[in-house]
Structure formats: C-alpha cells, structure tokens
Design a protein around this ligand. Structure first.
Ligand code: DGL
Length: 274
C-alpha cells in the first residue's frame, strides 16, 4: 500500500508512551494516535469485568474516530484480559498486545530468581500464571502487585516530583535473597514502570536486569504491518494525543510530548539518510 500506516497506541494512561517510543523508532514512517483512557485510569486495582468494559467502550469510539490500520494495546493489565474480546469484536483489525516478558527474564536468569513487577490486576491474571508455567518452570518467580507505581509514574509525567521512599517501598519486594542466590531479573510488566526506570536503578538494593518488552512489541507491530505497509521513506509523521475524557493535556504534559516528538524525529534521521 502506498501510504503510511496509522497506528493507534492505547493505554489506561501515559505508560504506553514507553511503547510508543519504541514503535516510533521501529516505524518512523507511520502516523500515530496515542490514546490514554484517563476516564478509566487506573485499571490495575479494578475487577476484570470492569476493565473489559472500559477497554471495549474506549475502543469502540477510538476505532470509529481514527480508523487505524493497527492497534497496539500498550497495557499489560488490559492485554492479559481483553485481547480475545477485541479480536472477536474487530476481526479485521490487527491487535498487538503487551504481556509480561516472563520468557526472556527466565531464559536470561542465572540465579533462577526472577520477579514480575506489575499492577495487582496483572499479577492476579490466569494469563500471567500460564506464562510462568510455560516459560519459567525452572525459576522461582516472585509476583509483586504494586498498588501505587502506575499513579506515581503519572504524577512524574505531569512534571511533579515523586519521593524516593515511595518508589523504594514498591520495588523492594522484588528483591529476594536466599540460599546464597538473589534476584537477578525484574520484569517491568506495566508500561508505566519504564518511565521511572532511572529511579528504580538508583534505589535498587543491588543491580538487576530490568526487562522492558517495548522493543519486542515494536518489532511485532512492524511484522504485523509489514506486508500491507512495507516501511517507506521517513517524513514528518503525525502524532496525535487524545484523552478519552476529551480533556486537553496540561501544559507540562504538552511539553513532555513535544520533547518526545522531537527526539523521535531526530532518532529517525540517520535511518532516513541510510
Ligand atoms: N500501564 C498499565 C499496564 O501496563 C496499567 C496502569 C493502570 O491503569 O493501573 O499494566
């Protein structure tokens, strides 16, 4: 097809920007709409029926309004639940999900102690249990359901400061030590968490591998699109940001989005001239 694909990136809030960043680096030729379901945020503590209803209602409007070629659900809490419903509801639409990166964490762990840091919803999902059974049978897996981190990441993205002690309290349960072994890999199983990665690294009791699935999701989306939309020349890609409430982003967030947009355009340049 001789036009750019339009990719809808969806999350409950701003966490999906970590996936958007990787997508834009992978497909700088695409047009993007980023949608944050601020009406539904946070998904993490909500029941499964409520999250499913929120995502389906938001998707109904977003697909009608933006007619994307592909939808990336940049949210573990939603993806571990609603992908089958979405695929039934829109059988023609390619949906790419974000699910806990348990496989690479287990494969790369030497101590065989790994942790999954996620929302309370994601740690409770059958989907997550199944991934552990399938890929991490040889590891001890600590599931850490954080009540606060996604909210702290939202606050941080609005330009406000977040206390180290609040972050440390949420990540500390990921660090397990016994029989002379200690956790060496932590799965960032909520897309909000890479936004706080610098703080995680600084506050961690010892260094670990932090596994962020964003680049793998970007490659998957590229693969899904590549037949209909082989990547073509880089131009000034469109990037729209919407809140499901219809609210306009506050000035601090607008500034952050602008920095993101510019850094992506810059990162795309060497590829354009390659
Ligand atoms: N960003 C979402 C995730 O990846 C969840 C945040 C929330 O709504 O609680 O799971």
């Amino acid at each position: 097809m001789n036009r750019s694909p339009k990719i809808l990136v969806f999350d409950s809030g701003l966490g999906g920007l970590t996936v958007f960043r990787a997508l834009a680096a992978q497909r700088p030729d695409a047009d993007y709409v980023y949608a944050a379901d601020d009406l539904g945020f946070p998904y993490g503590p909500k029941g499964e029926d409520e999250v499913t209803a929120l995502v389906l209602a938001a998707m109904e409007r977003l697909i009608a309004d933006h007619a994307p070629d592909c939808v990336v659900i940049a949210c573990n809490t939603a993806s571990t639940l609603v992908l089958p419903h979405l695929r039934t509801g829109w059988p023609e639409m390619p949906f790419v999900g974000t699910v806990p990166a348990i496989k690479p964490a287990a494969e790369g762990s030497h101590s065989r102690l790994i942790s999954v840091l996620a929302t309370p919803g994601t740690v409770a999902r059958d989907y997550t249990r199944d991934l552990i059974e399938k890929f991490a049978g040889h590891c001890e897996v600590t599931l850490v359901g954080s009540q606060k981190l996604a909210g702290l990441a939202e606050v941080y993205m609005q330009g406000e400061s977040v206390a180290d002690a609040d972050i440390a309290a949420e990540i500390t349960p990921c660090f397990v030590e016994h029989d002379g072994r200690r956790t060496d890999s932590v799965v960032l199983a909520c897309t909000h968490y890479p936004l706080l990665l610098d703080s995680f690294k600084r506050l961690a009791p010892w260094p670990v591998r932090w596994i962020d699935p964003a680049p793998a999701i970007a490659r998957r989306a590229d693969h899904v699109l590549s037949e209909r939309f082989p990547s073509h020349e880089i131009r000034d890609a469109a990037f729209d940001f919407v809140f499901t409430s219809g609210a306009a982003p506050a000035p601090r967030l607008l500034k952050t989005l602008d920095v993101l947009r510019r850094s992506i355009a810059l990162a795309a340049r060497p590829r354009a001239s390659a």
